[in-house]
Design a protein around this ligand. Structure first.
Ligand SMILES: [Fe+2]
Length: 235
């Protein structure tokens, strides 16, 4: 019997002063690769790409905050790439790149024989997007391990974040591996199952209480690294 080769590889890089995580997805059949949120110093990414003979094709953006995009101009000098982002984020960001590939949520992005699904997850920014590859979710600043993205910056909306998290909770398989946009936790990745029980932002049924927790309470009572919090019913 033929041995099944893993169809894709996801490699994680720690970059910059804000614990950002950059991911490179590569399709093992074609060596086509995509980089998620190119930012800060990408030296290690470039050497990984050349060592593994990857053909970098796409930039996938989870959102447009500076700490997720500040190496785009540099990487575009080295590679000819399309920039995938959500239509609402394009308007929000208002950058005049001519190589955008716009997604609307639910789109399938092909990387050789690997399929990447975009999921529109507003809340942190209007066009925030998670990318699903097999049972992995590249979550940007929507979902952190035992945390979630802030909603008090320009374009943030805690009510949208409540709905986004509710949708992720009900639609994603429990075995989904969460790969966040920042390494803010005691661990760098987690499963949906673990997040449902230990991420306090998944513990709310009440929109108002969620909004209060996200917008004022949380930052007063919790520090990084975020750890498991047991649901106690008091939210
Ligand atoms: Fe952000």
């Amino acid at each position: 019997m033929q041995h099944l080769k893993q169809p894709f590889i996801i490699k994680t890089f720690d970059v910059g002063p804000m614990q950002n995580l950059v991911y490179v997805i590569s399709d093992t059949k074609t060596n086509y690769a995509a980089i998620i949120d190119p930012a800060w110093d990408l030296k290690e990414v470039y050497s990984y790409i050349s060592k593994n003979n990857l053909k970098l094709k796409n930039i996938l953006l989870t959102h447009s905050h500076n700490d997720h995009v500040n190496a785009i101009d540099e990487i575009l000098l080295k590679f000819d790439l399309s920039i995938y982002l959500n239509h609402k984020e394009k308007i929000f960001w208002n950058k005049p790149y001519d190589n955008f590939e716009i997604n609307y949520g639910g789109d399938i992005i092909k990387l050789g024989s690997t399929e990447i699904k975009s999921i529109h997850t507003p809340g942190h920014t209007p066009g925030s997007t998670c990318y699903q590859i097999g049972n992995n979710l590249i979550a940007g600043d929507t979902l952190f391990v035992f945390g979630c993205g802030r909603c008090d910056l320009h374009g943030g909306d805690p009510e949208e974040m409540f709905m986004t998290l509710k949708n992720l909770k009900s639609s994603l398989d429990e075995k989904t591996i969460i790969l966040p946009g920042h390494d803010y936790s005691v661990k760098r990745s987690s499963t949906m199952n673990e997040q449902k029980s230990g991420n306090p932002f998944f513990h709310f049924d009440s929109l108002n209480k969620f909004v209060e927790y996200r917008m004022s309470l949380h930052d007063k009572i919790r520090n990084t690294p975020y750890d498991f919090i047991k649901k106690n019913g008091s939210h």
